[in-house]
Design a protein around this ligand. Sequence first.
Ligand SMILES: [Zn+2]
Length: 376
Amino acid sequence: MKRKTYKINRIKLFGMLALLLVLLLALFLLARVLLSGDGTTQGTARVTQEPFYTPAPTIVDLYAYFDWTETTNDIAVYDHRADKLVTMSLEEYIVGVVSAEMPAYYDFEALKAQAVASRTYTLYSMAHGGCHTNPDADVCTNSKCCQAYSSHERMQETWGRDYAENYNRVAEAVMYTAGEVLTYNGKLCDALYHACSGGQTEDSENVYANALPYLRGVDSPYEDPMRQEDAEIGFAELVALIAAKYPESGIGEDNVRSEIEIVSTYESGRVETLRLGKTKITGKQARNLFNLRSTMFTIGWSENGIVFHTKGFGHGVGLSQNGANGMAKHGSTYEQILHHYYTDVLITVYGEDGLPDLKHETPDPGEPSLNLNPEG
Ligand SMILES: [Zn+2]
């Protein structure tokens, strides 16, 4: 009898265990179905820098933590798209400039470096006559005259559904560095910057009139090598372009191939002089004439015409935005980035009197200059 009972109990036990296993499997499958939505989103979510506030604020929240109008004087901005003069605080303007001048997905330290460069550039320009095309304005929004600028309408057009996230990211970089400018010998710097140097920035006098001690050519080792371009111009167009601008060059379709040569380059590799037949032009003039990305180019020929192999994008003086992003990705702070691209400058805080206040010291890189965390 005992053996029989034991056998029955054992069968019951196995049955219960099997039932339990089936129930567990069902629960597991149910949980997977319920959580599948989250799983997919997490898999494709973009990796962004962790904000130092929680929860992530909306645009309105950011304004609540930071009184823009208290920190800086208002400036008059001529919006060339809307054709009107707008008054806003300097820091608000800088958010619009950084939004337009640097991709919002760039590393946070690069955005901060850009904010300081743009703020310095703005104040330097204002101290030297302001906007040259609009006498009533301190600055304008036309990148061909002053710095590029995005209004909120423009940001929404450009960024679409990423508008709030991108705006917050840029605004945070601007607020973190609020009031900070670059000075040399106690004076504001002409903080020039460009998209990508091609590996080496340029001495200012090789591009512009003045040799400025803080605008020296430096290595820019962490740039994205994608910024290389082969620009082809067909023989007929090439001859027409040259003949229209430099008719004295004597270049025609019969001799064009043998009459274009690079005469000299700077140490950086940028073209100093290009010969077009009987005429010699600067690398800068060549860049304008052939609409090249930079003056760092070499020449080749194809069946159809000339091929300009260019490296970098922009004039090459001062901060390389692409290089700043590369340095940031390799662990540099925005202060280190600025000190790399601007030789022997100080990062100081813009004073209340409208001049750099040298009594302020550069904030410690480990400490945010502004505390945006409402919890302390
Ligand atoms: Zn302007």
